[in-house]
Design a protein around this ligand. Structure first.
Ligand code: DCT
Ligand code: MG
Length: 640
């Protein structure tokens, strides 16, 4: 089994700046998987804090900013005396470090939303607002200003611990993994590892403060979310939240030293390039396309597979920096015609960076220790399990962990669940079983049969991974369209009747609420999400193998005037969509699921000022043509 990479030694701050000495922090969640929290914990420890494993040992409870009081209430009950402790959000220790004093925790900026009125705290802590008049705003900007502010002697919180400093100067093991190794149970005393994380008495490196604030501001800038998971549905431009390196992945600039050439071109000059396909456009992923088996023929296929698994692990923890880094490295490796074996070779390629060593490790040892460690980490396993529940995303999964839930049964019995989550849990196995291609066809045939009875002019097209030729699909994406229609509302009565009939017949089993952020239903009732089950009589395999498995189905209404654009969107894949939309944007156009628009004006921050004029909506091939993208069959749209 792999061992976690050794962390750099802590750089303990000089005695006078160890403002947290005598304090002990319990974090919620109390782990250091998230890189920002890891850095926060590390900084707090360098300033003298004891990071404790048990709530009842803490003087302070430091709560992740995404969590509300309701989320943590259950966990607080683990300690009957929790209300005597300082309960603050993660900004609190950062500000203390920044201002080099223990600031008053009763200020509104440290409150956990939804907390009942706090008990009065003694006012012997410094009010932050008194510290520095020109810096009253506590925004976490990376400040290069080595301020004229003089180090102050810390004003200590009234809650103090009687722990000896020698005890505190022993570092806490950060992972429950190690507790297991040493046979320490979850409820035992905190486990320490003098050998693994030695403390030095060197002065704290002030650049780490900057690193922390920078890290957090970047996290804020990216919304701390998986950049690739947010839906492109509706009119949102994909390029809004794109970061430079993501753009490089989507445009696959790895093969050139001429990165992001559009940066050097004016928008109008790009707009005029229609049809000519200058070299910079050729670098877009959508220009190259890709087939589902392309990795298999790649000389770096094995390495890519392992890196992809590592990427999945970082996706579980919402580690945006590493998600991007791995995506970039994988994209670069995919373009190589020879096998990359050494770190040196890898480092010479663009966008590989520190992943170069991992590539060498994979090639030489056939494994990646960090991946094995991650796969074995109990907390990651729980997050991974919760994320497999239909409709559950990063934030919800982490909230549940923070609330103390560890298993699906915990959730079933103790968590407050919405309808989607209840269904997701009840049909967990069903909804996590991929649908064989033949069954996708059989399920779609059932819908087509009923649809034809209601209106024989309606056409149904299976989109998603099925249209790209996948052997199996996660769900059924069914596009409903009809000749002569120009608005989804013309198809809504049909959809209502279709859903009613299929529900009566027992084919549709439940309607699910649209995902959060799926704000696509601007025409009213243009989409139906739910579950269906294939009747035994329609099962394509041997009867003995039939099981009434619940399957996810999306029925999407698309007027004929928008069919081409909708087909591009609902066929995907997501990376292809992002790439082609980005290309449109770089040409002064805009592509969404309704059409391709020209003359789009954009203001500051690339925000569109007008909607633009429709260039093409109904014809998929024409959209490719106007964009100057060679036509790609759906099975050539597997990207990233
Ligand atoms: N889509 C997208 N961006 C996303 C999600 C989806 O552009 N973030 C588009 C592309 C595919 C289409 O919507 C259908 O989405 P899914 O059903 O989620 O994906 P799929 O490719 O059909 O894969 P699966 O087999 O898992 O359903
Ligand atoms: Mg699908």
């Amino acid at each position: 089994m792999g061992k976690r990479k050794k962390e750099a030694p802590l750089k303990l701050a000089p005695e006078a700046r160890r403002i947290f000495k005598d304090l002990s922090f319990f974090y919620i969640p109390n782990d250091d998987i998230n890189p920002v929290r890891r850095l926060q914990i590390r900084k707090a420890r360098e300033h003298g804090v004891m990071w404790c494993r048990k709530l009842d040992e803490a003087t302070h409870i430091i709560v992740d900013k995404k969590l509300t009081y309701t989320d943590i209430e259950r966990q607080l009950q683990d300690d009957p005396k929790w209300s005597e402790k300082v309960l603050v959000n993660e900004n609190y220790p950062i500000d203390c470090i920044k201002h080099r004093v223990i600031v008053n925790p009763n200020q509104s900026q440290y409150k956990i939303s939804g907390t009942p009125t706090p008990a009065e705290k003694p006012a012997d802590e410094t009010e932050l607002s008194h510290l520095d008049n020109d810096d009253a705003s506590l925004e976490l900007k990376p400040s290069r200003r080595k301020s004229a502010r003089r180090p102050r002697s810390p004003v200590l919180s009234t809650q103090s611990r009687s722990q000896s400093s020698s005890q505190r100067s022993i570092a806490l093991i950060s992972s429950s993994k190690r507790q297991q190794n040493k046979g320490v149970t979850g409820n035992a005393q905190p486990a320490y590892a003098q050998d693994e994380v030695p403390l030095s008495e060197q002065p704290a490196d002030t650049s780490v403060d900057d690193e922390l604030t920078q890290c957090i501001s970047e996290m804020k800038a990216t919304g701390n979310s998986d950049l690739f998971s947010d839906s492109l549905m509706d009119d949102d431009d994909p390029a809004g939240p794109l970061l430079t390196d993501e753009i490089e992945v989507l445009s696959d600039s790895s093969s050139s030293d001429d990165k992001r050439p559009w940066k050097r071109r004016t928008r109008s000059s790009m707009g005029n390039s229609k049809g000519k396909n200058p070299a910079w456009q050729e670098k877009f992923i959508c220009m190259k396309g890709g087939t589902k088996d392309h990795t298999d023929n790649n000389p770096n296929a094995e390495t890519i597979k392992v890196l992809q698994e590592m990427l999945d692990q970082h996706t579980l923890t919402g580690d945006d920096f590493r998600i991007r880094a791995y995506r970039l490295a994988i994209a670069t490796l995919r373009t190589q015609s020879k096998k990359i074996c050494t770190a040196e070779e890898a480092r010479a390629l663009p966008n590989i960076g520190r992943i170069a060593d991992k590539i060498e490790e994979i090639v030489t040892t056939n494994r990646l220790r960090q991946l094995e460690y991650a796969l074995d980490d109990p907390q990651r396993k729980i997050i991974g399990l919760f994320l497999q529940i239909y409709g559950v995303g990063q934030i919800q999964a982490h909230k549940w962990v923070a609330q103390g839930f560890r298993t699906l049964d915990d959730l079933k019995n103790k968590a407050d669940l919405n309808t989607n989550q209840k269904i997701g849990l009840e049909y967990f196995d069903d909804l996590n079983t991929r649908i064989p291609r033949q069954e996708v066809e059989a399920l779609a045939d059932c819908v087509k049969e009923t649809a034809a009875i209601i209106d024989h002019n309606v056409e149904l097209i299976i989109g998603g991974s099925y249209r790209r030729g996948a052997d199996n699909s996660g769900d059924i994406d069914l596009i409903v369209t009809k000749k002569g229609t120009s608005s989804t509302s013309q198809l809504t009565p049909f959809l209502n009747q279709l859903v009613d009939t299929l529900t009566r017949e027992g084919f549709l089993t439940i309607a699910l609420a649209a995902h959060h952020g799926d704000a696509d239903d601007t025409d009213g009732g243009s989409k139906w999400h739910g579950c269906c089950v294939l009747p035994e009589s329609a099962f394509p395999g041997p009867r003995s193998e039939y099981r009434p498995i619940w399957r996810r189905i999306d029925i999407l209404l698309v007027p004929q005037t928008e069919l081409g654009a909708a087909l591009i969107y609902f066929t995907g894949n997501d990376i292809f969509n992002r790439s082609i939309r980005l290309l449109a944007q770089k040409k002064g156009m805009r592509l969404n699921q309704r059409g391709l628009f020209g003359n789009v004006l954009r203001g500051q921050g690339n925000i569109k000022v007008n909607e633009g004029t429709l260039l093409e909506g109904r014809d998929e091939k024409k959209i490719f043509e106007i964009l100057g993208v060679r036509w790609r069959e759906p099975h050539e749209r597997w990207c990233g």
